[in-house]
Each structure stands twice: as C-alpha cells, then as structure tokens.
Design a protein around this ligand. Structure first.
Ligand code: SAM
Length: 215
C-alpha cells in the first residue's frame, strides 16, 4: 500500500506539472497548440512503465509524443522516468482507453503509432480487446496521416499472426517484418521496453512489423 500511495503522489505531481493530462479529448485537433509547435506527433498505446516513450522523447526533442495508458497509476512511474531523463515538453502522458482514440485525435493528426507488447487476450471471445483487432485498426487509420505508420512489436507469436491477418484484411501495407528482431537489421536504434527486456532475456524471439494505412 505504501508503494501505491507513492505512485499516486507521483501521478498527482506530474499532473500538476502538466506532464499528465486527464482530458485528451479537449485537445483533439489542437495538440499543436498544447505542444507549442508544428512538430510531428507520435503516440504509444499502452506505455506500461514507460522506458520506451521516455527514451524516445529524450532522443527526439523535435517530435511530440503522447503516451496513452489505461492504468492511471503506471503513469506516475512514466512521469518519474521522463524526469530522470530530463525529457522536455515534447512528452504528454494521458490515462485513457485507446478504444476512444478518435475522440482524442483529429483525422490525420498523428504521424506514428507504437504498439509494444500489447496484451495478447488469448481467448477467442476476447479478440475484440486486442489492440490490433480490426476496429482498433480502423481508428488508427482515421487518426493517422496518409504517410503515417503503426510500429508493432510483441513476444507473442499468436498475437503476431492474428495482427498480420487483421492488417492484411484491412489493406494495410506491411514492411520491415521480422520474426527475430534482436537478430535482424532492424535492431539498430531499437529501444527495449520493460517487457521486451524480460522476454528477450529468456531467449524468446521478438516479432515486429511496420504497417502503413495505404498500399
Ligand atoms: N509497452 C509496455 C512494455 O512493452 O513494457 C507495456 C506492455 S503491457 C503487456 C500492456 C500495457 O498496455 C498495459 O500497461 C495495459 O494497461 C496497457 N493497455 C492495454 N489495453 C489498453 C488500452 N485499450 N488503452 C490503453 N492502454 C492499454
């Protein structure tokens, strides 16, 4: 419980500082005003503890990042990580459900979407909850620019296969596909997520694909 209280405190602190924003729909179509520039917007859905998006935001101050995470308290950790890395105003975190993505972003407002180690929801009756289920893909298509892309990586072979099928059925153009990211040419510049570190240290291969909404 002490740990949880600490996380809540951190969450409140980063909210007060403007890093965490609870009403993303207020900024639909106007994210550039919030960031104060016209730089591209990249989002990550399901930041978890946030090493990936904090590191990326630190490396790319000329790109605006929005991290979306269902579990509010995790964002306290992400805020801390961003502070440790001295990330500037180019990273906003929002506690939200990605199934409402089209309420948060206007058509064409997003340049890139990262999905990292998304929950696999292995039961068939839960397939609709997978972040690469067709209804999610349709919302990604509507918020992405025509030249935008989804970058997806996972340790879960079944989820990867499912995702490739959903993407293909919805006419996405697939590229940079690998069944073993860590032994591939796409490893250069790869930022390991917390889950990625855990699974790859057990010798499990990491699957990855880039998908563009138009062929
Ligand atoms: N990306 C991190 C990593 O690779 O270490 C975390 C992976 S974890 C398995 C998946 C995360 O996605 C969880 O933190 C979960 O709360 C979040 N998530 C799942 N469904 C979501 C949704 N619909 N909207 C936002 N976040 C979601």
């Amino acid at each position: 419980i002490r740990g949880r209280e600490k996380l809540i405190k951190q969450y409140q602190m980063h909210k007060a500082a403007g890093r965490i924003l609870e009403l993303p729909s207020k900024h639909k179509g106007r994210w550039h005003e919030l960031f104060g520039n016209d730089n591209p917007i990249y989002i990550e859905i399901g930041t978890g503890r946030g090493r990936f998006i904090s590191t990326l935001a630190h490396q790319h101050p000329d790109i605006n990042f929005v991290g979306i995470e269902l579990e509010h308290e995790l964002l306290g950790r992400v805020g801390r990580k961003a502070a440790e890395l001295e990330v500037g105003n180019n990273l906003i975190l929002t506690p939200a459900d990605a199934s409402r993505l089209i309420d948060f972003f206007d058509a064409g407002e997003v340049h890139r979407i990262y999905l990292n180690f998304s929950d696999p929801w292995p039961k068939t009756r839960h397939a609709k909850r997978r972040l690469t289920y067709r209804s999610f893909l349709q919302s990604y298509r509507s918020v992405l620019r025509a030249d935008g892309a989804v970058h997806f990586k996972t340790d879960n072979r079944d989820l990867f296969e499912f995702s490739l099928n959903e993407l293909a059925d919805d006419d996405w153009k697939l590229s940079a596909i690998t069944l073993d990211l860590h032994n591939s040419r796409w490893m250069e510049g790869n930022i390991m997520t917390e889950y990625e570190e855990k699974f790859s240290s057990r010798g499990m291969p990491i699957y990855r694909v880039e998908a563009r909404p138009y062929p």
